[in-house]
Design a protein around this ligand. Sequence first.
Ligand code: MN
Ligand code: MN
Length: 389
Amino acid sequence: MYDTILYMSEDKKANAMSRRGLFQAAPLGAAAAFLAPQHAQAQEQPAAIPSLKFDIEAQTHWKGEAGSANEATVAEFPISQNIAGVSMRLKPGAIRELHWHALAAEWAYMIEGRVRTTVVMPNGQSAIDEFGPGDTWYFPRGHGHLLQGLGPGEAHFLLGFDNGHFSEFGTFSITDWIANTPPEIASRVLNVPASTLAKFPKKEVYIGPGPVPTTILEELRLRESQTSQFAHKYRLDMQTPRVFEGGIEYMVTQKDFPIQTTFTAVKMILKPGALREMHWHPHADEWQYFLSGQASMTVFGSHGRTRTEEYRKGNVGFVPQGYGHYIEQIGDQPTELLILFKSPEYQEISLANWLGGNPSSLLSANFGIPQDAIDKLPKKERGILARKS
Ligand code: MN
Ligand code: MN
């Protein structure tokens, strides 16, 4: 596991590495060079777009008797500077121990199974919640939390962090802190004798086994504790989705989920043969996790550069901020993906709306094609197009 010092220095690197910094210093090699076209010398051809795909489920970064965690940070997937992801599994009763993240907020989507969480907020309020498939949570940066698998069966969920330099293995864990505090201080603060303190874990537990909880929620220790007035839970799959000809989309912004201040989350389902039409996002990178099925995504990065890659269950995909893209569904089964934007609001410009927002004569002149052909062009976004009939 990374120690805290390394984690901190990674963060300092993150702060120093604004986009502007990337253009000048190019410390990341290929990733930086490819992001540079707008600022490069006019005669200089920018680097080709690197791979925008990472197979998070093909790794095993941490595995214990009670669970496992695979991650995609800048170390594994350097193109994603703003968002990191973790695919975590917890056995029934398993506890992802009390911890916080100094430098990232945590978003999650339950893929399978059930999880119970506790969270403490700076205003002293606490919450305990349970999550099932399709539910999401959001813990603001620095808020202390714990996760427990409820069973039956393993809980599997995707975690998203609003900092690509964040590592799940560099979190601030309660056992790590206590084990590294002088015993006389820890005894005094925890109000236990040295003999009791000696029984505490000697190092970070991270994920450990625990009893499968009873179905009845236990009382919090501080009985008068006020319940959090800022819900951490949003049931994404229970939302009325936006319906398009070729699929549906669930979307949660801060407007719907006030505590989710740094992310907008989307679950997209593409029917067989569907095409997510050409568009771009002016405000944020797009970070994807494929839940099921297959798709081909093509990204356009100016200077004639495009990159097409195929994605399947367990793959992470990425579209840099402002880059044009479209997604073609592949196969007989619907394709499902989760999408994160590091922004409390959603922004998109579709090629169709752009064409609709111009007079015909100008488009005719721009493309050099006659008016009657221009009249056939779309005027309004259709989102996800149905299979070509
Ligand atoms: Mn966490
Ligand atoms: Mn998009």
